[in-house]
Design a protein around this ligand. Sequence first.
Ligand code: GDP
Ligand code: IMO
Ligand code: MG
Length: 426
Amino acid sequence: MSVTMVVGAQWGDEAKGKIVDLLSQEAEITARFNGGDNAGHTVVNDYGTFKLRLTPNGFANPHTICVIGPGVVVNLVTLIGEIKTIKEAGIDLSERLWISPRCHVVMPYHPMVEAIYELAKGDAQTGTTKRGMGPVYADKVSYNGMRLVDMQDEGIFREKLGIQLKVKNALFQAFGMETLDLDEVLEKKLFEYSQVRAMVRESFGLIQNALKANTSIVLEGAQGALLDNTWGTYPFCTASTTISGGVMAGLGIAPMWIKRVIGVAKAYTTRVGRGPMPTELEDATGEVLQKEGQEYGTVTGRPRRCGWFDAELVKFTSQLSGYSEIALTKLDVLDTLPKIKICVGYHHAGKDSPLAHYWEGDAHWLEGCEPEYIEMDGWMQSTKAARKFDELPRQAQGFVKKVEELVGTPVSIISVGPERSATILL
Ligand code: GDP
Ligand code: IMO
Ligand code: MG
């Protein structure tokens, strides 16, 4: 099958970067289709450790074309920095990186608008990555966005920017903030644009030809299904479509091409930012998960909230995105736990009420849910060196089987460490 899609099955940071790097060794194209530099995808490969936010993770393969599709919003400063970091590691992307001219650009005013809203919300704030994602996507859908293509012509860019600054500066004035100067912003952005201009090229034909020729394409989703703008825990979510369907609009690939969808799920649950998380642990076990899993945000450095694997959530996201398989990551993080729990549904009206599903309510409803757990024996030994399923302790094998059974989707990849090699293929 030529198209493999890799998407987050939880609240992001499931180790999509590692899985895409692994699968990209034979890919001719890797492509991002959603999100922006709110993503932080870590890979550990022959060139070192990279925490990439915009560049697709096929970058390490000298034959792989990397496409930043039109559904992605681009922060030029981040992108230029990434291209430089990758170059310093000995990899030149100039011939291999294609950035869609349709991509919307994060402008200096987007994080400022976001800050106004977050401040106004106080305790109810989303807890964003502060990259301006909400406002840049809001401008996109309300026909106020600035695209890379708009920067190709200084006159067009000046006119559009002027209109935006008229509105945005009035807002900043009302909130006692400094306003932005048209010429300064224009000059800065055009200079940044000039550094990537050669790589801004329409990828539609390239992708369509690759689909027809049945060449291998790996699609790298950002964030996770539970941060999806429609199906996630709104308003504690992100601004783009993070489920498999996002690739149709975000890259221009029709549904008939998508046969293999890998949902990446951690063997437990994490979340950064605010919002409900039914299996969150605020005890010593939560601390073990955070410490063993090194659970700190890649973009913001914030500690990630940790809890038990929630099969109810992953079953829902599997149905939503149509996972053909699951990549179960960070199994090794559970190595020291004597007992391991898995959530199998929620009680919303007391312990005796029938089990309820995630999709029955909104974020506020989920906040009031009590998880129902099953408990399994831990394995209390290291799984880090396992490279075959039967090299895993019996209890760990049982855990994987239980995940498959509860989610209703086969596990095809198990990850037991950050390195590319620390992987079991089933
Ligand atoms: P992404 O956003 O989904 O790509 O995930 P992140 O890169 O934000 O977070 C995953 C973190 O876990 C990274 O620091 C990875 O290096 C690390 N990691 C990936 N797979 C494993 C694994 O199987 N075990 C352990 N212990 N760490 C892993
Ligand atoms: P990757 O691709 C984890 C979260 C933020 C916040 C909410 C909204 O690395 O898995 P935003 O800045 O997008 O407006 O923030 O979404 N969030 C992520 N959490 N991993 C991510 O990306 C995330 N991208 C956004 O923490 O709760
Ligand atoms: Mg991440």
